[in-house]
Design a protein around this ligand. Structure first.
Ligand code: CTP
Ligand code: CA
Length: 222
């Protein structure tokens, strides 16, 4: 149950979180996926709600229960996710944790049959939901991207923050055991520099990030 004495610095704020993978259909029964569990995004949504925010959680296909006090919208593909994000606006802050597929399959034929010639899948680029939000007329006051990197983590993260035009970028080193695990090592990249939070439970990463979000929104009119 919610602790009535807990501070709720985000009350009156609407925050969007995207989480999980996307599934990109190949045919009516098959899809392309990735290893995102959705746990870090769900932990952030839960922490935001505990701090009083109204939370819209746009979730790809995951095996997780909805955190208390969170409005959840389930989606499958990147195109679905982009539409659900659009429908959630306006928001005061957005935390884009989802591992959105960069490509979808160009055509959706009938179910492919084994007797057919082996199919060549043609991929087309998906819309970049974060970059779209960054350049939209409804850009949130605080826009946070995530990046899963396997090498040159900081260098890629610093460049990605600029390229995506987000305020903060949280870089995840996924060269080790992050996907599906309980721990995370992240770097918070802002215009002020880099802070490294190493090997923390995903709930602790969420709590720290949400404290920073609450601090940052103080002084921005609701
Ligand atoms: N993102 C998004 N829409 C996409 C792809 C990514 O909103 N189509 C968001 C992710 O949710 C994340 C951020 O962009 O917050 C960075 O995702 P990432 O995959 O690291 O960035 P990319 O620009 O796709 O670069 P890369 O080539 O490293 O995959
Ligand atoms: Ca990508």
């Amino acid at each position: 149950a919610a602790n009535p004495a807990a501070p709720r610095p985000l009350s009156g704020r609407h925050v969007l979180v995207t989480a999980g993978p996307t599934h990109e259909p190949i045919d009516p029964v098959r899809y392309i996926a990735n290893r995102s569990s959705g746990r870090q995004g769900f932990a952030i949504a839960a922490a935001l709600a505990r701090r009083g925010a109204r939370v819209t959680l746009v979730a790809g296909p995951v095996n997780l229960s909805t955190p208390a006090g969170v409005d959840r919208v389930d989606v499958q593909s990147a195109l679905d996710m982009a539409a659900a994000v659009d429908a959630a606006l306006p928001v005061d802050a957005a935390v884009m944790v989802a591992a959105v597929a960069d490509w979808r399959v160009a055509t959706l034929p009938q179910k492919l049959k084994k007797g057919d010639a082996p199919p060549a899948l043609t991929l087309v680029e998906n819309p970049d939901i974060l970059a779209g939000l960054a350049s939209s007329s409804q850009r949130p006051a605080l826009l946070i991207g995530f990046a899963a990197e396997t090498e040159n983590v900081l260098e890629h993260a610093i460049a990605k923050r600029v390229r995506k035009r987000c305020d903060w970028l949280v870089a995840n080193d996924v060269s080790t055991d992050v996907f599906g695990g309980d721990y995370n090592s992240v770097h918070l990249v802002t215009d002020a520099g880099v802070e490294s939070w190493t090997r923390l439970p995903k709930d602790a990463v969420a709590a720290r990030l949400v404290d920073r979000i609450a601090e940052s929104l103080t002084g921005i009119p609701a």
